[in-house]
Design a protein around this ligand. Sequence first.
Ligand code: G6P
Length: 611
Amino acid sequence: MCGIVAYIGNKPAYPILIKGLRRLEYRGYDSAGIAIMNGDLNIYKIKGKVDDLENFVAGKDVQGTMGIGHTRWATHGEPNNINAHPHLSGNGRLAIIHNGIIENYNTLKEILIKNGHSFSSETDTEVLVHFIEEIQNKYELSLEEAVRKALSSVIGAYAIVIIDKDDPNKIVAARKGSPLVVGLGDDEFFLASDATPIVEYTKKVIYLNDEEIVSIDRNNFEIRTIANIPRTPEIKEVDIEVEALEKGGFDHFMLKEIYQQPDSVSDGMRGRLNAAEGWIKLGGIEEFEERFKKAKRLIIVACGTSWHAGLIAEYLIEELARLPVEVEYASEFRYRNPILGEEDVVIALSQSGETADTIAALELAKFKGALIYGIVNVVGSSISRLTNAGSYIHAGPEIGVASTKAFTGQLTLLTLIALYLGKSRGMLGKSQYQKMLYELQEIPDKIRQVLKQNDQIKYIAGEMKDTNNAIYLGRGFNFPIALEGALKLKEISYIHAEGYPAAEMKHGPIALIDEKMPVVVIATNKNAYEKVVSNVQEIKARKGIVIAIVAEGDTVIKDLADFCIEIPETADPLSPLLSVIPLQLLSYHIAVMRGCNVDQPRNLAKSVTVE
Ligand code: G6P
């Protein structure tokens, strides 16, 4: 989605803005632009990447110590130079950047047109800045007063940053529904969609809350609500090192993140699991132990890859804790008038903690009295602040748009939760519990072993790269991994792929199988192994190409399949943590071989802040 960065201080703004926009590149975008105050307002914007913007700006005037920068992910109007941000007010005084959607922009536009305004872009953002201008002129208000008054008539979601040529020492920013972070340096301030562009300058940040407006001059800042109530800011320390935002010698962030998984899974368990002493500690759940105990079911809401982690949690929690679980697409859940009450616990899964649909689902659940629990990766994100309790994944920044280490981080936590609840609900025998703790503790090393097969996986990728379609099959705990494997391939290589429960193949997808169809079968299950063998035979009987993920030492499927990737033995409930790794690598290599932009796949965004 859109990325926002802004600077006010005593250093040249341009390099900070460009570097900041690069840090935000991972969010996904189609155009980029900046406005720098230097007596006059210099605005440069262009369809394309930050590189295109830099080339366009080369040799032009970028002097100034205050400015705003934006990467746009188109909602209203196609990606082109005119629709790119920043947008100017009619009188050329105000420049704005915006993330989100102004829902009543049409109504506002009609009023403004009647008052003589004309618009050059198709965006809701240009309407907003004209509206602020209208109010500023009509009531002779300062910039922050005009923004406050205008926003009280605005319906929708926004993070905005706005500057005024006639007030060249001030930046005003506001948020509702879209994230915005203020960075506090020494006599300098930063604003950004997330902390990544800020951390190399300062670790002190304020996460703005909904309906808050911050007004910053060169020495000071003030936060007030749209209703003009002053707010005492809560200053937080961000724990992100700059190295975590670099590729660190890897060709792509996605590859780096795949390879980080032994460590990120281990970080997710640190201080939460001790097999030798036989305990799991999960602060968030312990705090609401009674609510979890009373819950008749858990409802998991999520989108995309996080939703797949939720599906595995359904298998995990029902198997290990015998507690019913429902898994919902957040976007469907919120609009279908779900039956919810105080006895329910709703768990949101989200890497970014900013996904608009997931936030809306949680707000609904909160409104209906359910306990809301968040499992997120980004510290300080909206979901982490909205929920009653939660657990961070601690996977570190995930920059590749296609989620990898955040997914295994979510699975790690969900496994811990399933085991914790299994024990506290008396559903797991002591020895079974103990055995699972040891097995879980060994997972990071086993991921390391899977990664050693990269060359074999790359070879298989070479064989698969020219296909137009692929089918992924799995059973039980590995059915959602089939969905996730197919999603990874679609997202980054643009190959059409579908995941199915293996047994469902005969109810439709089998019609697609011929000698050109690669079928990736996750065949590590001890439970129902024979059934998977039959599925593989059915595919081979129709000349399909079988790529099988099998447990070490497998001989039966190895004989049948065209290609095999072995993963270490583990307990069935933990096998998704291993079986997903080769599928991530497979997609990665195929995408690279097809010349795709792995880290920033077309049309996708890392953090989906619009509904
Ligand atoms: C986007 C991303 C996916 C991600 C999904 C949910 O679509 O491209 O990789 O799985 O959002 O994001 P979340 O941050 O809520 O996990």
